[in-house]
Design a protein around this ligand. Structure first.
Ligand SMILES: [Ca+2]
Ligand SMILES: [Ca+2]
Ligand SMILES: [Ca+2]
Length: 262
């Protein structure tokens, strides 16, 4: 491959000393592009639910027919997309006034809990530092969820759902009137941890996944449901193998750019 690069630059009719350094630069660019390809195995975290760390927690609880909201942050590092997590819970049915529904982030997971006869909706929003239960559709400032086209789906690690009928709904916003949604209902209880993927291509709507201002995940289900989630990230197609031609193209591009700067 390096000899191919060398040949390419030879055709540019450069002085011999430049040709040698061009080959060197090409090799360096090649090494760099291999590093970038390896980085593809990494995913973009939306939320590990690992922060705040024990003994701290984030908790919302609704009783009667009310709702409750809390924003947690600012979290440093890459655990939480945008550094802030909004939790918002609303009871949807006419539950007894003493009955409650809650959402908790504690010890690395998100727990959603409903008392007997309670039907609720728990929404997690990653929309930056807005301090509001409303979704700030541009709060993340335009994140590229695809990371330059490498990533193409959400990966959700479900720990448990104690009855059939858990429904998860994603909304991805580019702006208030530019959004896409994808909803999935699980027909069975989830008794062992399982990984679920939600491909961007299967979303309905007009969001630009390379320019994302907010992401929300809503949980709904039958009365008295309890469910837990361990992690949400954005990941690459399964078993994706980098194209050798793509590596070569990057190497040539890297060499050419380096040459132009000389
Ligand atoms: Ca976790
Ligand atoms: Ca927020
Ligand atoms: Ca918000």
């Amino acid at each position: 491959m390096i000899s191919q690069i060398h040949t390419l630059f030879s055709r540019l009719e450069m002085p011999r000393s430049h040709r040698i350094s061009a080959a060197l630069l090409g090799a360096m660019a090649l090494a760099g592009s291999i590093g970038a390809v390896e980085a593809r195995a990494a995913s973009l975290s939306v939320d590990t639910f690992d922060v705040p760390t024990v003994p701290d927690f984030q908790f919302v609880e609704s009783t009667g027919s009310g709702s409750d909201f809390e924003e947690a942050g600012a979290f440093a590092g890459s655990d939480v997309l945008g550094g802030f997590r909004d939790l918002n819970i609303s009871i949807l049915n006419s539950a007894p006034p003493f009955a409650s529904a809650s959402g908790t982030v504690f010890d690395g997971r998100l727990d959603w809990s409903n008392d007997n006869n309670v039907i609720s909706e728990l929404t997690v929003a990653w929309d930056g530092n807005d301090g509001s239960a409303a979704v700030n559709a541009t709060g993340l400032g335009g994140i590229d969820l695809t990371q330059g086209g490498l990533l193409d789906r959400f990966g959700l690690q479900l720990l448990a759902a104690d009855s059939p009928g858990l429904t998860v709904a994603f909304t991805v916003y580019t702006a208030e009137n530019l959004f896409s949604t994808l909803t999935r209902t699980f027909d069975s209880a989830i008794n062992a941890p399982q990984q679920e993927f939600f491909e961007f291509a299967n979303f309905t709507g007009n969001a630009d996944f390379t320019n994302v201002g907010a992401v929300t995940l809503s949980l709904t289900g039958p009365a008295a449901m309890d469910a837990s989630i361990a992690l949400l990230d954005v990941t690459e197609p399964p078993n994706s193998v980098p194209e050798p031609s793509a590596i070569f193209g990057l190497a040539v591009l890297g060499g050419a750019i380096a040459l132009r700067r000389r």
